[in-house]
Design a protein around this ligand. Structure first.
Ligand code: IPE
Length: 262
């Protein structure tokens, strides 16, 4: 049986450009696939991103840069708002899973993690053993940080890195919302082709939409996937709009997407 760790990218489960807008049907089709995986006896841990429930407001108040003494009061309001928005997104995701009779144990990082980047502090043993028919779930969030920052953004990609290295994981899968995997040029350019096997020698010419994205976009994802592949044999970027590819991967060892070997 496989121990599967899945990141639901914020760009998959929300409309990244429209504040607090979920892509309900995409969440549902991923959840149906996960229900099958659980039925087949695999364990599933889920990290989800923020999309328009996190990035837009975090960007407006520069939350990823930490405390700014000139506008700290407003920032602290925004910290609280983004945390609440992330809880809301998490409860929407959870409701979808629970409607399929999957139990969810959710762990908001603002409660148990401090600091940002892959060396954040926090006890991951809460994700170690999961009861049957249950998924453990966490998400990118605003977390407390040591002074002078006071707060910062912990990306779901960093959570993936740590969970993959500290837990027993056989498959780490990043589900993307706008591409089939890693492409050899930005997805909006014509003729972009899927890279089916990525190794660090291969440069990528993506673009990081820093107008919307306060974490690292595709560059953080590929760096995270590469770090994970030091511990985990099967690391993949897959089109989350085609979640049956996850089933195909688990059942056959192959699918359409990008396999990452660090
Ligand atoms: C970002 O998490 C968290 C916040 C902005 C609060 P992620 O970096 O995991 O989110 P996505 O997947 O890019 O949306």
């Amino acid at each position: 049986m496989s121990d599967i760790l899945i990141k639901l990218g914020g760009g998959l489960i929300t409309d990244k450009s429209r504040l607090r807008t979920v892509e309900q049907s995409r969440i549902e089709s991923v959840a149906r696939v996960i229900a099958v995986l659980l039925d087949e006896g695999h364990s599933v841990r889920i990290v989800h991103g923020a999309g328009s429930f996190g990035h837009l407001k975090a960007k407006e108040w520069s939350l990823s840069a930490g405390a700014d003494p000139l506008r700290l009061d407003d920032q602290l309001v925004a910290v609280n708002d983004v945390r609440m928005d992330m809880r809301k997104l998490n409860s929407i995701v959870r409701d979808v899973f629970e409607s399929l009779d999957i139990n969810v144990s959710a762990h908001p990082p603002s409660i148990w993690a401090t600091g940002t980047g892959p060396s954040f502090a926090g006890d991951l043993s809460r994700f170690e053993s999961i009861p049957q028919n249950t998924v453990a779930m966490t998400f990118g969030d605003v977390v407390d940080c040591p002074p002078p920052d006071q707060f910062g953004i912990l990306s779901g990609d960093d959570l993936m890195v740590r969970m993959a290295s500290e837990l027993n994981i056989s498959h780490a899968i990043f589900l993307l919302g706008d591409t089939e995997g890693l492409l050899d040029r930005p997805p909006d350019q014509t003729g972009a082709e899927l890279i089916t096997l990525w190794t660090p020698e291969r440069k990528i010419s993506g673009k990081h939409d820093s107008a919307q994205d306060v974490t690292g976009g595709i560059f953080l994802k590929i760096a995270s996937a590469s770090a994970i592949s030091k511990h985990v044999e099967n690391v993949w970027l897959i089109d989350g709009r085609q979640p049956q590819r996850v089933l195909q991967l688990i059942r056959t060892g192959k699918t359409r997407g990008t396999r990452v070997i660090g």
